[in-house]
Design a protein around this ligand. Structure first.
Ligand SMILES: Nc1ncnc2c1ncn2[C@@H]1O[C@H](COP(=O)(O)OP(=O)(O)OP(=O)(O)O)[C@@H](O)[C@H]1O
Ligand SMILES: [Mg+2]
Length: 319
């Protein structure tokens, strides 16, 4: 059985009557121990996907669709039940660790608290385990660092602390939303390697979100390409990279100077991401598409399976 099954997930932000549909029917399956990448430009709905799965959307907001996680129906669960899952069975690593770490609590105790609350470890055992976790994520002098406050650490160290916190209870699912975007390139590489290593050791299912196809190519087994709140292409990362079916995917890949290097992607597909509140009936990529045809404006393109489809390779395009 799959770890996470998302079916037609929609997210509406804003008060009733004035809400915007920012996620327009997202579906995927994540198997235990696998990595699914989600890639797309700024504003396409990557973070809202992560927050919807975690149950941490800003309010007012509303979700529709179905999400099964470890055999329970996430979207129909009460807040208390969800809180029991967060941290213990599903955890998230954010782009900017300062927003997720508490500035007035030592990093050691922030990690220990996860074990104290979720696993019922006594305080001292939790503290000792936190020091071990700091060491595990590659922090030198973990005893001393455990007593530090977040602002006393570098960006890379804070990101390691957040990963230690996220992995403390060995969650089945880890959602990483641009975990290395704020870091410089060499630290980025170390953090990505650390995440891969922890994932392998614990068999964690990883949902890895990035605007950078280069990073996705190193992390993800499968990838979903998102545009304007919708997935436009999905498949094994290697095949999507070598033969993109959707013009948007092709455009994103062209923006990539060198796949082997972890450099930020410059958004050079001409034109802009559409306003989600004013989408017409046709393909939302139409205004920027170099392959556009007359029928693209009439209706949203259907899902097209490409020829070698055993791997579940699909793209949402008429042409
Ligand atoms: N509180 C909010 N109210 C209304 N719309 C919002 C709110 N927060 C975000 N949005 C809109 O939701 C859409 C999806 O945003 P989201 O943060 O998921 O994008 P993203 O893909 O994570 O982008 P980035 O790469 O910049 O992080 C965007 O169009 C954004 O403008
Ligand atoms: Mg985001």
């Amino acid at each position: 059985m799959a770890l996470l099954e998302v079916d037609a997930l929609e997210v509406f932000l804003g008060p009733p009557g004035r809400e915007t549909r920012v996620l327009r029917g997202l579906s995927f399956v994540l198997e235990a121990g696998q990595t699914l990448g989600i890639v797309g430009e700024s504003g396409c709905g990557k973070s809202m996907t992560a927050l919807a799965l975690m149950g941490l959307l800003p309010s007012p907001s509303r979700v529709a669709g179905r999400v099964r996680f470890m055999n329970s129906d996430l979207l129909r669960m009460g807040e208390q039940e969800r809180r029991g899952l967060r941290g213990r069975h599903m955890a998230m690593v954010f782009q900017e660790p300062m927003t997720a770490l508490n500035p007035v609590i030592t990093v050691g105790w922030q990690i220990a608290e996860m074990l104290f609350i979720h696993r019922g470890l006594p305080r001292e055992a939790a503290r000792a385990a936190a020091v071990e976790l700091l060491e595990r994520v590659g922090i030198a002098e973990p005893q001393r660092r455990a007593r530090a406050y977040p602002h006393e650490l570098s960006g890379g160290m804070r990101q390691r602390v957040m990963i230690a916190m996220a992995m403390a209870c060995r969650p089945e699912l880890l959602i990483a939303d641009e975990p290395t975007t704020a870091l410089d390139v060499s630290v980025q590489a170390q953090i990505l390697d650390l995440m891969l290593e922890l994932q392998r050791d614990h068999g964690t299912g990883l949902l890895f979100i990035s605007h950078n196809f280069g990073v996705i190519s190193e992390m993800a087994d499968r990838v979903q390409v998102m545009y304007a709140g919708k997935v436009v292409e999905e498949g094994l990362t290697a095949s999507v990279l070598s033969a993109p079916q959707h013009p948007y995917t092709a455009g994103l890949l062209q923006t990539l100077p060198d796949l082997g290097r972890r450099v930020p992607v410059l958004p050079v597909i001409s034109g802009q991401v559409p306003d989600l509140a004013r989408l017409g009936p046709g393909c939302s990529f139409y205004p920027r598409c170099i392959r556009r045809a007359a029928n693209c404006l009439a209706a949203e393109p259907p899902w097209q399976a490409s020829t070698a489809d055993a791997e579940g390779r699909v793209a949402c395009c008429h042409v």
